[in-house]
Design a protein around this ligand. Structure first.
Ligand code: NAD
Length: 265
């Protein structure tokens, strides 16, 4: 299926690691102009080099902290200047620490809200003026099944992801008249296969989350997935490319779980 993404200008936030990395490389294979907007510039540069060899029209690492409004605006202006506009924004940055609500510190809650919600608000707001002017755009955001059904040890993160879904639906209603679509992809548990695929800032680099990456843990988790395996970063890319493409030109405000059947709604 030709997705008609060749030559399109795409920003992937957190595109240096794991799911964001796989999404950046998937757009590269479609010959898009890919901007990898990650706070870890060295990791983003690594992925940009890979993207270039896979056929990206261009691949640029843009050091960006999505929680900083002025930084996000400058990054978007740079992409607009280089590529003539932003066709696709993938709001991929997210973070959580696996811990009970009553055991988490206020700093951890604040960080979850900053990265999962403020990052998405900032980046979405920053691309909208250009998309409205050009009467076209697709915004795909990473939600989580936690945001659809709640999740043990992920309370504030789940609240943020529910916020990502609700904001996407609300904006889909507001900006649909300008030809702009917003949709959400909810990955299941999706781990990197090696540390090469992640920044030290990835949540999978944190000691508390490393325990999930053993074969034994993966086999235990797989038991609750009808498809009996955990996801790979590449599993997530098809849904993102579809929502980003003209093939989804009549699809907006939708949430799609790519989680092996873990949730069905
Ligand atoms: N991996 C999963 O199991 C899973 C499950 C459900 C939802 N999700 C969601 O999918 C998305 C991607 O998850 P992942 O596991 O690939 O993440 P990850 O933690 O592996 O990677 C996050 C990337 O974001 C970058 N980053 C961190 N803070 C940043 C900031 N302030 N500004 C810009 N970049 C920043 C990091 O450098 C890293 O490259 C997240 O939104 C996450 O919540 C992931």
């Amino acid at each position: 299926m030709d997705l008609n993404l060749a030559g399109k200008s795409v920003i992937v936030t957190g595109g240096g690691s794991n799911i964001g990395r796989a999404i950046s490389l998937a757009f590269a294979r479609e010959r898009s102009h890919v901007t990898i907007a990650d706070v870890d510039e060295a990791q983003a540069k690594k992925v940009a080099a890979e993207a270039q060899t896979l056929g990206a029209a261009s691949a640029v690492a843009a050091r960006t902290d999505v929680t900083k409004w002025d930084v996000v605006q400058a990054m978007v202006r740079d992409v607009e200047g280089r590529c003539g506009g932003v066709d696709v924004l993938v709001n991929n940055v997210g973070w959580t620490m696996d811990r009970l609500f009553i055991e988490k510190t206020r700093e951890e809650w604040e960080r979850e809200i900053q990265l999962n919600l403020w990052g998405m608000i900032n980046c979405t707001r920053a691309v909208l003026d250009g998309m409205i002017a050009r009467k076209s755009g697709a915004i795909v955001s990473m939600g989580s099944d936690a945001g659809r059904m709640g999740e043990f040890r992920e309370g504030v993160y789940a609240a943020c992801k529910a916020g990502v879904i609700a904001l996407s639906k609300s904006l889909a209603r507001e900006v649909g008249r300008h030809g702009i679509r917003l949709n959400v992809v909810c990955p299941g548990m999706t781990m990197p296969s090696s540390d090469d695929e992640i920044s030290p800032l990835s949540m999978w680099a944190a000691e508390a989350n490393r325990q999930w990456r053993t074969d034994e843990m993966k086999a235990r988790i797989a038991k609750v997935y009808p498809l009996r395996r955990v996801g790979t970063p590449e599993d997530i890319t098809g849904a993102v490319l579809f929502f980003a493409s003209d093939r989804a030109s009549f699809v907006t405000g939708q949430t799609l779980s790519v989680s092996g059947g873990y949730t069905m709604m």
